[in-house]
Design a binder for this molecule. Structure first.
Ligand SMILES: [Zn+2]
Length: 458
């Protein structure tokens, strides 16, 4: 397909959730709960006339449905702010810092003042009836393989409540997701084809990751696509959940538009199979009001973070490329930097990537403070000892206990074990010693002692 010939016009909105330790306007943790909801309440929202006194087409569309909205709340991950029963708290400055870094990396102009605005939301996904958003950068660009693509805006926003179920009369939302900080990057309609869209989306995600504050995992990145081709109305596709799906969704949508030639602009949502479904008519211009609970903020000067590629290049000096990529892409580069002086770089990289992944698959996740402490205090320990200590703190042992239970077997103690194995006439002394010490001996030291004893006795 020649996308230029059909007048393909496409822009992206990429959303990435942040993890700075708290939500944007309260101190709840920015994560989805793993426990059952601790209660629920319901509301009925009605569309209100906009500032101009007119209800636009999208508002009326939702209004006619006049639904009941039920909200599930969670003891740890939601509070009175999410329930809209208490005014918002101070804005999370770390999230503002991350947004400023993204804007800087995207060559944006940064406004003199950052104003938090309210954007009307009528689908029930915000208990307050609006989503708070702040413009942090504009008029930037990103370099791609086929030239520059304009960045129209970088915003810091609140994540909406997550949908649990939806019927014609009732939508059930969960409040743990509401208020998680979100970076929203909008591009100009300068994307040339579906492959280019994927390239741009990946680059934008990498830019947010370069702040060290991007969340990882499923559902933390979401793309909206604005699309039109010659002779058809504009279509907005919401919520492409995976980067891998983006290209397929755009290809499918172009085929659909070519076959149906839609005349009225509309919003559609992306289904997991890569097709789209009608959601509502396209809303008119966004209705925004200033958030009176938060004073305007003066942006501060931020240091331009190193890009993902720059960080990988740096790590490649001490560890293999593939391992360097894993460290950087798992968001562990800062931790790696901080702990590099304590360990052999390859051992440290393995612990921070594959070992933590393996523990996580078994449902074990060390608290970050304990992880740092245990890695500082196992400096110079053999690989197995370090991994052992990390596993023990993940299992809930104190740092002291984990370290003392993972002490390497070394020196006189090790020599004694080796001599015993030799005196027993063990076939493979090395293997037996490693086994008898539970892997807590340094293999190099074992080899050295064996050859020293052998040399002395021959
Ligand atoms: Zn809260």
């Amino acid at each position: 397909m020649n996308y230029e010939n059909i007048g393909f016009k496409c822009g992206l909105e990429v959303h990435v959730r942040l993890d700075t330790g708290r939500k944007l306007f309260c101190s709840c943790p920015p994560k989805l709960s793993k426990t059952e909801p601790s209660g629920s309440f319901f509301r009925k929202l009605r569309a209100v006339a906009g500032e101009t006194g007119t209800k636009d087409v999208a508002a009326v569309f939702e209004y006619l449905k006049n639904k009941k909205y039920t909200y599930l709340f969670f003891e740890k991950e939601s509070c009175l702010v999410e329930a809209d029963e208490e005014p918002i708290h101070e804005i999370d400055r770390k999230s503002v810092e991350a947004a400023l870094k993204v804007a800087t990396l995207l060559n944006c102009d940064i406004p003199d003042e950052i104003h938090v605005m309210r954007k009307t939301v009528i689908d029930g996904s915000a208990t307050s009836g609006f989503q708070r958003t702040a413009l942090v950068g504009l008029n930037g660009y990103i370099e791609t393989s086929t030239g520059k693509v304009g960045i129209t805006s970088v915003c810091l926003e609140e994540e909406s409540a997550g949908i649990v179920s939806k019927t014609d009369t009732e939508t059930v939302f969960r409040l743990d997701r509401l208020g998680i900080p979100l970076i929203e990057i909008s591009t100009a309609p300068e994307i040339k084809n579906p492959d280019h869209a994927e390239e741009v989306a990946r680059k934008l995600y990498d830019i947010v990751r370069a702040t060290g504050m991007a969340q990882r995992g499923i559902g933390v990145v979401r793309q909206d696509v604005n699309l039109s081709i010659s002779g058809s109305a504009r279509v907005e596709i919401k919520g492409v959940q995976e980067l891998d799906l983006l290209k397929k969704v755009i290809e499918n949508e172009v085929q659909r538009i070519l076959a149906e030639k839609p005349q009225a602009p509309e919003t559609r949502y992306a289904k997991p199979d890569g097709t789209t479904e009608f959601m509502r008519p396209l809303p008119g211009s966004e209705r925004m009001y200033p958030e009176t609970d938060i004073p305007p903020l003066r942006p501060w000067k931020v240091e331009k973070p190193e890009t993902i590629e720059e960080r990988i290049k740096k790590l490649e000096r001490t560890i293999p490329r593939q391992l360097a990529e894993q460290v950087v892409k798992s968001g562990k580069f800062e931790l790696f930097d901080k702990l590099a002086k304590y360990h052999d770089p390859t051992v440290l990289a393995e612990v921070l990537t594959s070992h933590l992944r393996e523990l996580s698959r078994r449902g074990l996740e060390p608290e970050s403070e304990k992880l740092v402490a245990v890695l500082e205090r196992t400096s110079g320990f053999p690989r197995k000892c370090v991994k052992n200590a990390v596993e023990l703190v993940a299992k809930g042992f104190s740092v002291d206990k984990a370290v003392s239970m993972s002490k390497p077997v070394t020196g006189k103690e090790l020599e004694k074990i080796i001599r015993e194995a030799m005196n027993r006439g063990a076939k493979n002394v090395f293997a037996e010693v490693m086994k008898n010490t539970g892997g807590l001996a340094d293999p190099e030291e074992v080899k050295k002692i064996i050859s020293r004893i052998s040399a002395a006795s021959s």
